[in-house]
Design a protein around this ligand. Sequence first.
Ligand code: NI
Ligand code: MN
Length: 226
Amino acid sequence: MQLTYLGHSCFLMETAGKRIIIDPFISGNELAEVVKADDIKADYILLTHGHQDHILDAEKIAKNNNAVIVSNFEIATYYEKMGLKSHPMNHGGSWKFDFGTVKYTPAIHSSSFPDGTYAGNPGGFVINNEEGTYYFSGDTSLDMNMKLIPLLNPGLTFAVLPIGNNFTMDIEEAIYASDFLGCNRIIGCHFDTFGYIKIDKEEARRRFAERDKELVIMEIGEKSEF
Ligand code: NI
Ligand code: MN
């Protein structure tokens, strides 16, 4: 699979012949000027929760591409009412899509749309197909629920975790999460975009390396093969 980092918590996965974008926040991200939301091609849009920094460009990308929005029941219904295609899920449920199986997992956070509309409970996704198994935790604190993920999905290819602190877990907790997940390759997200979440990236990498773990911090626009 190929993974492109589009800034903040937004990634584009290319796997099984499909393009899946997660948490598109592009047009509002000053750091992501190399990416244009209008240029994004996607078959699916996965949304972890309703906060602005995760859904800002979802409507535009869905309309431009006739893409399917996959999220919790409340978020899926919100977009369905706009006439967009959606697939509703909830915690612990999984569904076999044409690019792989997706499970919606719990997250410790909050979830409402920018206009105050209730956006269900926040979550993350485990995506599994013949190419690998990938976990995107969404915004969350460190959570004992993460220990359940490798029971059903052993040998994660990577886990994408927030590392910016203040709104989510920090570097130290991401290291514990890595242990809970049985996955030593962590891709960092949710850092540097706003003043509250600026981090020292070199120090973060060093702290992971000290525990024999890898922290991957991708450049915005960078594409990697996993
Ligand atoms: Ni959030
Ligand atoms: Mn966020």
